[in-house]
Design a binder for this molecule. Structure first.
Ligand code: AMP
Length: 286
């Protein structure tokens, strides 16, 4: 496994790697969710690269950039064990030099949901992912359903800007009690960690109601909201039943939907989602 930081080193190593080359972009502090993407890439590609970069451009001033968990040595051990060929951990100076002024922005899809509450977040994501794609030239790029809107936005960007690569979205990996794995779960104290299962419980309740025939968007939202309100340590920021393709909020009868939410547990902001209906369980899979 080659570990590189500069663009020059990256270019040298990338040139030696066989096609198809699969890329897994991450912010590090790896868990089984990240590793599921790596394994999928390993199974589908002749060579695999992972990027580790806590992208300042996707955090806003009151976000957790400084406290975001990092453990580079542990990440490298985990990736080595997965048979990864290349790890690229770019430096801020290379990604955003002082005269940097070019941004990639996806429009309508970035306005609702996370976009409403994290202004500028997706502009940071799409810009850094563009830079990662340009520098590594992947044939396939792997993203998690855990960040459903991000997956939809990146699919759109890849199509709109004619990136010659395939976006693969992998299912959300959960802890045994249902909590979606996330680097941010490490912020939770034991009591909050227990409370954090309420996101999964809320999504599951709505999913079960849908399976039992409930089709009213408002009722599905209400079911999630009721479950969330039973947990005193949890405070919902949004609860959504949206069109899985356009991400616009649905009203009336729905045939398929992206159920999603952002919930504060203490100071920690957690997101989770499930897709119900005939679109299958993974967002944007056609
Ligand atoms: P992050 O390091 O949080 O930026 O995540 C890097 C990639 O891993 C993104 O495509 C995420 O959607 C994906 N990911 C994060 N958590 C999970 C999870 N629990 N299951 C599946 N994929 C995940």
């Amino acid at each position: 496994m080659k570990v590189v930081t500069t663009l020059a080193e990256l270019g040298d190593v990338r040139a030696t790697l066989p096609s198809p080359f699969g890329l897994v972009p991450t912010m590090g502090y790896l868990h089984q969710g990240h590793l599921s993407l790596v394994r999928r890439a390993r199974a589908e590609c002749a060579s695999v690269g992972v990027t580790i970069y806590v992208n300042p451009a996707q955090f806003s001033a009151n976000d957790d950039l400084d406290s975001y968990p990092r453990d580079f040595d542990r990440d490298l051990r985990l990736l080595e064990a997965e048979g990864v060929d290349l790890v690229w951990a770019p430096a801020d100076e290379d990604m955003y030099p002082p005269d940097f002024q070019t941004w990639v922005k996806v429009e309508a899809l970035t306005r609702p949901l996370e976009g409403t509450h994290r202004p500028g977040h997706f502009r940071g994501v799409t810009t850094v992912v563009t830079k990662l794609f340009n520098a590594t030239q992947p044939d396939k790029a792997y993203f998690g359903q855990k960040d459903a809107q991000q997956a939809v936005v990146i699919r759109r960007m890849v199509q709109d800007l004619n990136f010659p690569l395939k976006v693969v979205v992998c299912p959300t990996v959960r802890e045994p009690d249902g909590l979606a794995m996330s680097s941010r779960n490490s912020y939770l104290d034991p009591q909050q960690r227990k409370a954090a299962t309420v996101l999964y419980r809320a999504l599951t309740a709505a999913n079960q109601a849908f399976s039992a025939g409930e089709r009213e968007a408002e009722v599905l939202r209400h079911i999630m909201s009721e479950v969330l309100s039973t947990e005193s340590l949890a405070l919902a920021q949004y609860i959504s039943v949206a069109d899985p393709d356009t991400l616009t909020e649905l009203t009336g009868t729905v045939e398929c939907a992206l159920l999603s939410m952002a919930v504060y547990v203490g100071k920690t902001r957690l997101i989770d989602n499930m897709v119900v209906g005939d679109k299958g369980s993974v967002i944007g899979e056609k």
